[in-house]
Design a protein around this ligand. Structure first.
Ligand code: NAD
Length: 495
């Protein structure tokens, strides 16, 4: 496949998808969708606002009320969800190319990770939905208490740009499988694949009105969705700053259920007795540079026991050049473009603050491939980082690793937990007592032992503290998109 040529020929449809039809925004406004690979405009995208959100929610509500989807047997919804997943795989090359052009990640990963993972998620929730039973409570024999789950109604979904298809799939799949209608607002930085997903859902047999997509800016399209009086639930992934506003908007409006998957500054702790130092180095470096560092769970704070720090850093710096950014459309590339100029400038500002605050820059720190017109940053490693430095406390969301050393286990756990975030963490040691003890003490939604970034749709994903409320993935995600109902049936004359 000659990816650069195909990418030049691709056509994009940036119109919203509401009630089964492609539509311009009612006000006629658009915004430019710019590729961070080379700065070219891919297409103009509908800039949805209040009137469009109202139309999408009304369409979702009508579909929910007439039961064209919510009223189907779970097994019938399952069949359609599986077709929907198959549609993603049938269009895998197109979707992968779109994702790469839109947000800059390497085509190698869009194809092997993003499309496959989104399809697997949609298939998994489809497969699951006709295997979940309701409950009967152990009451006295004078009554029967049924505990059943019902879809909520209209679910609003707002997602970020770092894994546009996967983040959308984590929410729309359980919400749709459970029988809800969905209104999805993708990030203004990466709207294209969400729109295509909704078309593929229609082709698979998800009825018109059940899955609507309204691209636009956060305050113009996201806020009206979060504030809407006829939206029953909002599933949000994004920054902690906006996540807090989502909870406020839910409270200001109809107390819709609000679930938020937010930021992270995950600690990765490597003890001198780690079972395989090379593996620990590869995981530390590979996980922070994967997806250009634009991963909520990236292990951006690395704590290395002082006695092995020198050799660890030597090996880490030796690996870093492999991650120098290159053309994302080249199938060999493993580090692509940062999503846009704003985000690139933010990352470079953090690098400057690291230098100014006295951390040692061991590798990278510069903008790269400037001649392309795109947005690229070198993989960057700082050592000698102190707890009060910005690069230690704040989420950078770029390819920047902050390294600290430690000598005492209790102290490193205290420092690892000294963050407003609690998304993920890791500990590397061959001592099983230390591994279990530290895993328990770490305040994070997921803790890895002697690995980083193990991942499966079967396990919950989400954070402690300001990393959010609720969990994506696994059967637990159904809790977010269903209401629990108790039905009492009186038995007056038990035999
Ligand atoms: P962001 O919060 O700026 O935007 C996320 C989404 O919210 C976008 O669609 C945006 O348009 C919308 N939005 C912005 N302002 C809004 C408002 N006032 N009302 C309603 N919607 C609004 O985040 P981002 O820059 O797109 O993504 C990066 C963040 O996402 C990082 O903090 C990262 O850690 C987080 N993230 C978390 C997870 C997780 O599972 N915990 C996964 C991926 C990304």
């Amino acid at each position: 496949m000659n990816t650069p040529n195909i990418s030049q020929q691709m056509q994009f449809d940036g119109r919203a998808l509401i009630d089964g039809h492609r539509r311009e925004a009612q006000g006629g406004a658009t915004f430019s969708c710019i590729s961070p690979i080379d700065g070219r405009v891919l297409t103009e995208v509908a800039r949805c606002q209040l009137a469009d959100i109202d139309a999408a929610v009304a369409s979702g509500r009508a579909a929910f009320e007439d039961k064209r989807w919510s009223g189907l047997a779970p097994a019938a919804r399952k069949r359609v969800m599986i077709k929907f997943a198959d549609q993603l795989l049938a269009h895998a090359d197109e979707l992968a190319m779109m994702e790469t052009l839109d947000m800059g990640k390497p085509i190698k990963y869009s194809r092997a990770v993003d499309v496959n993972s989104a399809a697997n998620c949609i298939r998994w929730y489809g497969e699951a939905v006709d295997k979940i039973y309701d409950e009967i409570a152990p009451t006295a024999s004078t009554a029967l208490a049924l505990i059943t789950r019902e879809p909520m109604g209209v679910v609003g979904v707002i997602v970020p740009w770092n894994y546009p298809m996967i983040m959308a799939a984590w929410k729309i799949a359980p919400a749709l499988a459970a029988g809800n209608s969905v209104v999805l607002k993708p990030s203004e930085k990466s709207p294209l694949t969400a729109l295509r997903l909704a078309e593929l859902a229609l082709e698979a047999g998800i009825p018109p009105g059940v899955f609507n997509v309204v691209p636009g800016y956060g305050p113009e399209a996201g806020s009206p969705l979060a504030l809407h009086m006829d939206v029953d639930c909002i599933g949000f992934t994004g920054s902690t700053r906006v996540g807090k506003q989502i909870h406020v908007m839910a409270g200001q409006s109809n107390l819709k259920r609000a679930w938020t998957e937010l930021g992270g500054k995950s600690p990765n702790i490597v003890f001198a007795d780690c079972p395989d130092l090379d593996k620990a180095v590869e995981a530390a470096v590979g996980s922070i540079f994967f997806n250009q560092g634009e991963s909520c769970n990236a292990p951006s704070r690395l704590f290395v026991e002082a006695s092995i720090q020198e050799q660890f850093l030597e090996r880490a710096v030796a690996l870093a050049p492999q991650y120098l950014p290159a053309n994302p459309l080249d199938p060999a590339t493993i580090m692509g473009a940062i999503v846009d100029k704003t985000q690139m400038d933010t990352v470079l500002r953090y690098v400057e603050s690291g230098k100014t605050e006295g951390a040692s820059l061991l590798y990278g720190g510069e903008q790269a491939l400037t001649q392309t017109g795109g947005c690229y940053v070198q993989p960057t490693i700082f050592a000698g980082v102190q707890p009060q430095m910005k690069i230690c406390c704040e989420e950078i969301f770029g390819p920047v690793l902050s390294v600290m050393s430690f000598t005492d286990a209790a102290e490193v756990v205290r420092q690892a937990n000294a963050s407003v975030y609690g998304l993920q963490a890791a500990v590397w040691t061959r001592d099983i007592n230390k591994a279990h003890g530290i895993a328990r003490a770490l305040r994070a939604g997921t803790v890895h032992v002697n690995s980083y970034d193990e991942d499966d749709i079967t396990v919950p994903f989400g954070g402690f503290k300001q990393s959010g409320v609720g969990r994506d993935k696994s059967l637990h995600a159904f809790d977010k998109y269903t209401e629990t109902k108790t039905t009492w049936i009186r038995i007056d004359s038990p035999v």
